[in-house]
Design a protein around this ligand. Structure first.
Ligand SMILES: C[S@@+](CC[C@H](N)C(=O)[O-])C[C@H]1O[C@@H](n2cnc3c(N)ncnc32)[C@H](O)[C@@H]1O
Length: 351
């Protein structure tokens, strides 16, 4: 019996927001000949505290169910010996969510199994709460915003590829969309703070999971949400019912550009910069001069705010319709958030 030839050295290092792990790279990058047995490893590294989600795009074992001849194994951790999470050698392979920041994919194929192949999309992510530049996937993932509306589903469910052709998309930036990014707790508090002297009707334009509408209803507003995504509308109705405010809330599956907001005295929007100019024109035409408008995270481009609350990504701006309808508004008040010290200069108003 002759000695078996040594296996070719076959390792790959991958990182970044996402990428493809492809068994075809073995041949393409000259790691082994098509006739040689291989034992290859792909190391995927997420940023510190990050994790890795693996979605199989293609998978086929030439000698399926013969695990000694060919398999694809996933390791959750840097050791491709100790940290085995899944081993696939039958006809199907499932998506895998790793709990550590390093994953290893290992492919073993003997000489007669070199037609075995796979392609995996990896996405690195952080756990919520998501930072300003991250996109919340609904499931427990915050992914890089560059992955939104790029034609590749990186989230477990396709939230990152939904609403990509809607009117939130500026014509020149068709790849930009307004994703579902829920308001932070501080943001919701800031909205309520700048509206605390107000009452009556309130509308949240693009109401997401209904958190602003529900919080406003708890403060006594008759609160309404318009939202394009029916799942979010159904979920909002359920949340409102659970919170005991279903009598003072309503949610509509509607496109914001097809709805008139003229009947609302308090209007809230958490949009994207690309849409604020057009929305400014729409609200200026539609609203009564007694209305107030609150913009979350991104201000309106030409209106002068009447006041602000919060800081950083939680900042909200409040606008007085009387001012923007007559172009008279220029003064600003500052709404002090609880964690800020109360100033005693007369431009600061504590609510
Ligand atoms: C940034 S999220 C804000 C969600 C919610 N207002 C909050 O603050 O938690 C924007 C929401 O607008 C929705 N949306 C996108 N395009 C829309 C449209 N044309 N009409 C109505 N809603 C839309 C999205 O589905 C998403 O839920």
């Amino acid at each position: 019996m002759g000695v078996l030839p040594p296996l070719p050295f076959c390792e790959f290092d991958l990182g970044g927001s996402d990428g493809i792990i492809d068994s075809a790279a073995i041949l393409k990058e000259g790691k082994a000949l098509q006739t040689e047995a291989v034992d290859c490893r792909w190391f995927i590294r997420a940023p510190p505290k990050g994790r890795v989600y693996l979605r199989f795009l293609e998978y086929e074992m030439h000698n399926s169910n013969e695990c000694k001849r060919n398999f694809v194994a996933v390791y959750d951790g840097s050791s491709s010996v100790e940290h085995l999470k899944n081993k696939f050698c039958s006809t199907v392979a499932n998506d895998v969510m790793l709990v550590t920041s390093v994953g290893v994919i290992r492919m073993w194929a003997d000489q007669g199994s070199r037609k075995s192949r796979f392609r995996i999309l990896f996405t690195t992510f952080l756990e919520p709460p998501c930072e300003a530049e991250a996109f919340f996937c609904h499931s427990n993932m915050c992914i890089n915003t560059s992955l939104v509306c790029n034609g590749i589903q990186n989230c477990v469910y396709p939230w990152d590829e939904n609403n990509c052709k809607g009117p939130f998309v500026a014509p020149a930036l068709r790849k930009v969309c307004l994703p579902y990014v829920p308001a932070t707790t501080a943001q919701v508090e800031n909205v309520l703070k700048v509206l605390q002297a107000r009452s009556g009707s309130l509308v949240d334009i693009g109401s997401g999971d209904g958190r602003i509408v529900i919080a406003a209803a708890k403060k006594g507003f008759r609160a309404v949400g318009f939202e394009l995504n029916p799942w979010l509308v159904w979920y909002s109705r359920y949340r409102a019912w659970k919170a005991g405010v279903h009598h003072s809330t309503s949610f509509h599956i509607s496109d914001l550009w097809k709805v008139s907001f003229n009947q609302y005295s308090n209007v809230v929007i958490f949009g994207v910069p690309q849409m604020m100019d057009k929305l400014e024109g729409k609200l200026q035409t539609e609203l009564q001069s007694t209305a107030k408008v609150v913009a979350c995270r991104f201000p309106f481009p030409t209106w002068a705010p009447d006041g602000t609350a919060g800081e950083g990504i939680d900042t909200v701006w409040v606008y007085d319709a009387e001012s923007f309808k007559t172009e008279r508004g220029t003064h600003q008040r500052h709404f002090v958030t609880p964690h800020q010290p109360l100033g005693n200069d007369d431009t600061t108003t504590s609510y």
